[in-house]
Every structure is written in structure tokens, then in C-alpha cells.
Design a protein around this ligand. Structure first.
Ligand code: ZN
Length: 379
């Protein structure tokens, strides 16, 4: 991974490169910040940079033997540690190395990894992922061997908060006093869940969310054919690369939900019973997961319209088409009904999860929406 493959984050990059060039790299760094900001690719690019034999002022060379191995995730001095799950025939203590081939394939596809998609990749969505005690033993073993060929031995720990206590305790001493030229790079979703004794031994590297414009440019360079979609989703993505990718993928689905939302609001506002009864079956046949998604979509629309009503446009997360509808609709969503509307859709998500009858739910909700939209604004 080259730094230039990371979207934005030049500030953090410069800080890391400066430390490396001055030989002042702390022996344990912890990258933290919001999801999809690029913590992991930054750490990966830094691991490569540390060992590149022809470092530039802004990036690794990308072609030296060390870079070539780092880019394929097979560098013998860059060790990966990541959460894993026990198999169906449980080996009591699985470790990252058992899954390293899958991990490399996964990283090829997902340079910005996230736990949920990693578990899907392992076909283990419903399991608890952990970094087990055996992992700590394996790290200690690797670090007591000499570096094979590079300046630095790097241990890149993805999600240290998933480390169990025994593993963490076994690693404390080596993180505090690692062998010469050994560097721990940790990438955490949240510092709150990291065992404090580990946290206190790390220098923190804060990675901020990506500014909208930077994310838009970065995505358009990577996916030029999706440029229109990217323009449409960028505000909703709110500086989160992972959210942006999900939005691009679900853009089609969102268009469908948007059309349903608009139709539902029109029919409910005018209380057009016959048309409502015709429309409701298209929703009840969707299946519960999609119905839940639809209600969550409605919540976002309601919030967006309320923000427009309150003229706090800077936080509106609607795409241009949705915003066009909101230009007319927002006057119906105001302080006098926002709370009830919000509760109505949140409760609907809960009711669907609890196997409520969707037909009755949609009919009841249509009545409530009618009454709430007819409410006058208090101010
Ligand atoms: Zn290089």
C-alpha cells in the first residue's frame, strides 16, 4: 500500500514520514478515528514505508523488493494480527496465521477493512471474533527471531480491542520494551474498548474523517464510471469511505425506497385509502429485512426534511434528488411532529423485528402519518 492510495490524510502521512526520516518512530503507535477514515491503509502504507529501501519524501518507492512484497502482504518482516473465530471443529486457540491466505485475499478486495465484511468473508457473521492468547505466543516467538531482511520488524495489529485479556497481558512487556527496531502499529475502531494497560503504552495517531470534497475526488479517481452516483451520495457518506462504498452499492435500492417514500407520503397526506390499499402489498411482499431497511431509509428522509425545515442545511444528508423533493416536503416536518414521526418509524423497525403483521402495520402507520403531517407547525 502506497500513501498515495490512501484518500486524503496528508497531515497524518507527513507526520509519519517525518518521524521515519528523523528516526524518531515510537515503538507502539495506535491509529484511531471514525470508521472509513483510512486508519488501516495509513498504517499499512507506513509499514511499507519503514522498510522501503528507496524512500521518497512523500511515499515509498513501490518497486524495491521490500515494497513489492509489502504490496502483496507477504513481507517476512511485516506481521499481521487480526481477529479470528473458532472453526466448526474448534481448534481451541486459532491464530491469525491460520487465516493469512484469506486475509491477503480480503485485503486485495478491501483496502479499508471493516469487521463486519471480514466476518462475512470468513463466513462467520454470527461468531465472536477475537485475538486469542495463542496469538500473543506467536508474536513473541516471531519477534525473538532476527529481522529477515529489513530495517524494521513491524507487527500490525488490526482491532486490538478484540484482544482477550490473557493475550493482552502476555504482550504488555514486549510492547513497552520491544526488541530493537521493532514497531507495533495498532489500528482501533475505538480507544474506549482497549485494555488501558495497552492503550497507555501507545502513542496515539488521530485520523479524522475525510472532508467531503477530498472523498469525492478520491472516489471519482478510483471509480470514474460512477461519478454521477458519487456526487449524489457524498454528503450522506459524511467523510466515511466505507459508508460511501455501501451507498454506491445500494444506490439502486435507495432509488426504489425513495420512490416508495414519496408515494407513501403523498397518499398518506391526502389519505387516499384505495390507493394506499393498492400500494401496501408492494411493501408487504418485500420481506422483513427490506422493510426494516425501508423504515430506516424513511427515518433518514424525515431527519433530512426536518433539518431543511430548521434551515440547518449544513448537516442535511440527502442526495440531490431527495433534496429536490424535500424543497417542497420540508414544510410538513417541523418541531410539532418530528418527535412523533421519528418514534413512529423507529418503533416500526422494532415491530418488524418482533414479527408484527406488516399489512396491519402499514395501514396503522399510514393513519398516523396522515394525522402527523396535517399537524400545524408550532412556530
Ligand atoms: Zn520501496
Amino acid at each position: 500500500m502506497l500513501f498515495k492510495s490512501v484518500i486524503g490524510q496528508e497531515g497524518v502521512r507527513d507526520q509519519l514520514i517525518h518521524a521515519a526520516r528523523e528516526n524518531r518512530v515510537s515503538h507502539a503507535l495506535l491509529f484511531h478515528g471514525p470508521p472509513g477514515s483510512g486508519k488501516f491503509p495509513l498504517a499499512l502504507a507506513f509499514a511499507q514505508y519503514l522498510n522501503c529501501s528507496d524512500r521518497g519524501l512523500e511515499d515509498s518507492c513501490g518497486v524495491c523488493p521490500s515494497c513489492s512484497k509489502a504490496e502483496r502482504f507477504i513481507h517476512p518482516d511485516i506481521h499481521f494480527v487480526f481477529p479470528v473465530v473458532t472453526g466448526s471443529k474448534p481448534k481451541p486457540e486459532p491464530e491469525s496465521d491460520l487465516h493469512i491466505d484469506k486475509w491477503r485475499l480480503y485485503l486485495e478486495a478491501k483496502p479499508y477493512p471493516d469487521l463486519q465484511s471480514w466476518l462475512s468473508f470468513l463466513k462467520a457473521e454470527n461468531k465472536q471474533a477475537q485475538i486469542f492468547k495463542k496469538e500473543a505466543e506467536s508474536i513473541l516467538h516471531k519477534l525473538h527471531l532476527k529481522a529477515y531482511e529489513s530495517d524494521y520488524k513491524v507487527v500490525l495489529i488490526w482491532l486490538p480491542e478484540k484482544m482477550n485479556h490473557t493475550a493482552a497481558n502476555k504482550l504488555l512487556k514486549i510492547i513497552e520494551e520491544p526488541p530493537d527496531k521493532t514497531i507495533f502499529l495498532m489500528v482501533a475502531q475505538s480507544t474506549d474498548e482497549i485494555i488501558p494497560t495497552i492503550l497507555s503504552r501507545c502513542q496515539l495517531v488521530k485520523v479524522n474523517k475525510i472532508p467531503d470534497g477530498v472523498l469525492a475526488t478520491g472516489l471519482s479517481e478510483r471509480f470514474p464510471e460512477q461519478e454521477q452516483i458519487i456526487k449524489g451520495i457524498i454528503r450522506q457518506a459524511d467523510g466515511d469511505y466505507l459508508a460511501a462504498m455501501n451507498l454506491i452499492e445500494s444506490d439502486e435500492q435507495n432509488k426504489i425506497y425513495y420512490e416508495h417514500f414519496v408515494q407513501w407520503m403523498r397518499l398518506a397526506y391526502g389519505f387516499k385509502i384505495l390507493e394506499l390499499l393498492e400500494w401496501i402489498p408492494t411493501m408487504t411482499t418485500l420481506g422483513r429485512e427490506k422493510q426494516k431497511e425501508f423504515f430506516i431509509f424513511c427515518l433518514r428522509m424525515i431527519r433530512g426534511n426536518f433539518h431543511m425545515n430548521r434551515e440547518v442545511r449544513s448537516i442535511i444528508r440527502l442526495n440531490p434528488e431527495e433534496q429536490q423533493f424535500a424543497e417542497r416536503f420540508h414544510k410538513y416536518i417541523h418541531p410539532g411532529n418530528i418527535e412523533d414521526l421519528h418514534n413512529l418509524f423507529s418503533e416500526a423497525v422494532r415491530h418488524i423485528s418482533m414479527n408484527a403483521n406488516p399489512r396491519i402495520l402499514f395501514i396503522d402507520m399510514s393513519t398516523s402519518i396522515h394525522l402527523l403531517l396535517q399537524k400545524q407547525s408550532l412556530q
